[in-house]
Design a protein around this ligand. Structure first.
Ligand SMILES: Cc1cc2nc3c(=O)[nH]c(=O)nc-3n(C[C@H](O)[C@H](O)[C@H](O)COP(=O)(O)OP(=O)(O)OC[C@H]3O[C@@H](n4cnc5c(N)ncnc54)[C@H](O)[C@@H]3O)c2cc1C
Length: 463
């Protein structure tokens, strides 16, 4: 029997990669899924690349044999992004961990795609610099580019879209391209960096990234405030943004999420009530000014006890609890799994959306705490999917209701997690058929054989 296309790729790449290309079951299983609820499927093989040249060789062989390639960073994406189609090669970039250059004078750096944000920040700390984009998981910079990730600091520093200056990427035929550069702006050519950021491994494999850096603020202060109602908490968040306070972080947890987090992260002294977590950054005088303004807004909205502190231990404890919220929620219903939504709307519509969603949750009878980056107009519900028959359908119905509401308010189905497989069904409603046609034309031009992460992002054309 003739060897399969994947077998041919393995044979041709083994002299280059040795044991770094493997069909080992345990390794394939690790690459069968990301986080979250989407079904898993094992790749036919996994290759671990150590350089751009190796990525290029791997992709060129896959192109020659029409083998699908799925880039894999840390596998923390939640919409089935890394789940491979049958006979695919999972291309793992997590061993490309060089921090190639840090240019402190220009506030930028160049890293390989497998560097994690935590590893980068550990290296930058002593230089007084940091990289602000902080999705909850221990994600890689390459994966964060590919999903156009953001996190708690986006309200002040923006998302990967604003913080990536340029890239090196391997295209579907193995060609290596450099996009963007080190300058803060450029008026030349199509924005290939912007095209690849957020492309979820469907247009090219990112191997190096040029990032913007920021100076660690002189003063950081954290504040917490609880509210009698969700309305009051959301109104406070919206007013803070509308008042132009340069807030560092602005997160909300509803009372169900607080119930989970108080127990999971041992947050003593708080009640099961809607809560805002805030961070202020700047000079000591500017922080005090921001705190005073926010305290006034909180009081106007019947906030219960506004406390703030510059103590770094307290700050770390609170933000650790925020980042652990996903795991805290899963602990509420052992045996259930989590379906995370991340709808976003213009900030003025946030209250209407969250109150409508609360009604949807109540009607569904499901447990689904709400939390999120409300300073951006973005929030999550982590729908706990009951394991019994029909549980998944009920969760999906709630998910769809949330997206319908967000779209009707001029929003988007995903502020940060991306499309993968899980949100493909919303693409046409959000973008419209003509825009999807343009996206398909771009995909076809850059990857005519459709080998790069097929089945993700773009809905199939039904004949
Ligand atoms: C608890 C938790 C909290 C989270 N919170 C947030 C949040 O606040 N904000 C947020 O944005 N996300 C969040 N996420 C989602 C996730 O962390 C992000 O999507 C992250 O950017 C994925 O990075 P990764 O390295 O794990 O990529 P992976 O999951 O490995 O891959 C994600 C996608 O990118 C592609 N890809 C990976 N590397 C490359 C590359 N080098 N070149 C081209 N394509 C590539 C993959 O093919 C896939 O399509 C959270 C996830 C969890 C589990």
């Amino acid at each position: 029997m003739a060897p399969s296309p994947l077998q041919q790729v393995i044979t041709e790449l083994t002299p280059l990669l040795g044991e770094r290309i493997t069909v080992n079951d345990a390794i394939r299983e690790q690459h069968a899924h990301g986080e979250g609820w989407m079904r898993a499927a094992m790749p036919g093989a996994v290759a671990f690349a150590a350089s751009t040249a190796e990525v290029s060789a791997i992709v060129a062989r896959c192109h020659a044999h029409r083998v699908p390639v799925v880039a894999f960073g840390a596998g923390t994406s939640v919409e089935g992004h890394v789940t491979p189609p049958p006979g695919a090669l999972s291309l793992d970039l997590s061993r490309m961990t060089d921090i190639i250059a840090v240019n402190a004078d220009d506030l930028d750096c160049r890293v390989e795609a497998g560097v994690t944000r935590q590893a980068l920040n550990a290296q930058l700390r002593d230089m007084g610099l940091f990289f602000p984009v902080d999705p909850g998981g221990e994600a890689t910079i390459g994966g964060m580019c590919a999903t156009r990730a953001s996190g708690t600091a986006a309200v002040r520093y923006g998302t990967m879209r604003e913080n990536v200056l340029g890239l090196r990427a391997v295209m579907a035929d193995g060609r290596v391209v450099d996009t963007g550069g080190r300058v803060r702006k450029s008026a030349t050519g199509y924005d290939l960096t912007g095209l690849l950021v957020g492309s979820e491994g469907t247009l090219g494999i990112i191997t190096e990234v040029q990032l913007r850096l920021h100076g660690i603020p002189e003063t950081l202060a954290a504040a917490v405030c609880q509210f009698p109602t969700l309305e009051a908490a959301v109104a406070t968040a919206v007013t803070i943004i509308q008042a132009g306070v340069p807030i560092g972080r602005l997160e909300l947890m509803d009372e169900v999420q607080m119930h989970a987090s108080i127990r999971y992260s041992r947050l003593e002294g708080y009640q099961d009530l809607p809560t805002l977590f805030l961070e202020f950054q700047g000079s000591p005088a500017s922080v005090r000014e921001q705190v005073a303004l926010v305290e006034e807004i909180v009081t106007d909205n019947a906030g219960l006890g506004f406390t703030w502190s510059e103590n770094s231990e307290e700050r770390t404890r609170l933000w650790k609890a925020r980042h652990a919220a996903y795991w805290a929620t899963l602990g509420l219903r052992p045996g259930h799994y989590g379906l995370a939504t991340d709808a976003i709307v213009p900030i003025s519509a946030l209250g209407e959306l969250m109150l409508g969603v609360r009604e949807d949750i109540r009607r569904s009878g499901l447990c689904a705490p709400m939390l999120g980056h409300v300073g951006d107009g973005n929030f999550h519900t982590l729908i706990l999917v009951p394991p019994e028959d029909g549980g998944y359908e009920r969760a999906l119905e709630l998910d769809r209701a949330i997206v319908r509401r967000a779209l009707a308010l001029g929003g988007s189905c995903s502020g940060e997690h991306g499309i993968g497989m899980g949100k493909i069904e919303f693409m046409e409603a959000e973008h419209g058929a003509p825009a999807l046609d343009v996206m398909r034309a771009i995909k076809h031009a850059l990857d005519p054989l459709g080998i790069l992460n097929p089945g993700k992002m773009l809905p199939p054309v039904l004949s």
